[in-house]
Design a protein around this ligand. Structure first.
Ligand SMILES: [Zn+2]
Length: 188
């Protein structure tokens, strides 16, 4: 029987979709890439397909993930960026040989090398993180208002007032909690 793993939380921003492979960081944390195969799966659904990945590469990926989380969190609250996190992000960014490819349908794809595909994929993720933390892209880094989450997310809403990393999870849970609280108030 195939083991069921937690599903992925995918957003439109690659770097924060990647940090969302560990959710509920301030509560009962859920690891969504628990095995090398799940990292392979995650990369495939994010346009960075690799044939396979090793345990060491999974460890490196998680190290990058936590570095992005730390740096993005610091950036969101206008704090100094942790030097160790910046170093990991820059190292991962520099180690890749990924090439941006333009398709005839005017899509951008990533071509990874045959010899270091996982490292190449991580470099694409690191570069994406750099662009949002450096403030190059239109949007604002913010922290999710859910006390058990507090994930850094990239707010591209026009008003820049998004409160939740994900409307379907944290936002929805908040809405439900408020609804139940109101109902309790009314019935008492
Ligand atoms: Zn959240």
């Amino acid at each position: 029987m195939r083991t069921e793993y937690p599903d992925f939380r995918l957003g439109s921003v690659l770097a924060t979709s990647f940090t969302a492979t560990l959710t509920e960081r301030r509560g009962d944390a859920v690891e969504r890439i628990p095995t090398p195969q799940r990292l392979t799966d995650w990369l495939a659904v994010n346009g960075l397909a690799v044939e396979s990945c090793t345990t060491a590469q999974l460890a490196r990926a998680r190290e990058l993930r936590e570095a992005i989380h730390a740096a993005a969190t610091a950036a969101a609250i206008d704090d100094e960026l942790p030097a160790s996190a910046v170093r990991v992000i820059n190292d991962c960014s520099a180690q890749g040989l990924a090439a941006a490819i333009l398709t005839p349908e005017r899509n951008r794809q990533w071509r990874l090398s045959s010899t270091s595909a996982v490292e190449d994929a991580l470099s694409v993720i690191a570069a994406d993180a750099i662009s949002i933390i450096a403030g190059e892209r239109d949007g604002r880094l913010a922290l999710c208002s859910s006390p058990t989450c507090q994930a850094a997310f990239f707010d591209t809403s026009r008003s820049r007032t998004r409160r939740w990393c994900d409307m379907n999870t944290c936002g929805n849970r908040h809405k439900k909690a408020r609804f139940n609280a109101n109902r309790r108030k009314k019935s008492s």
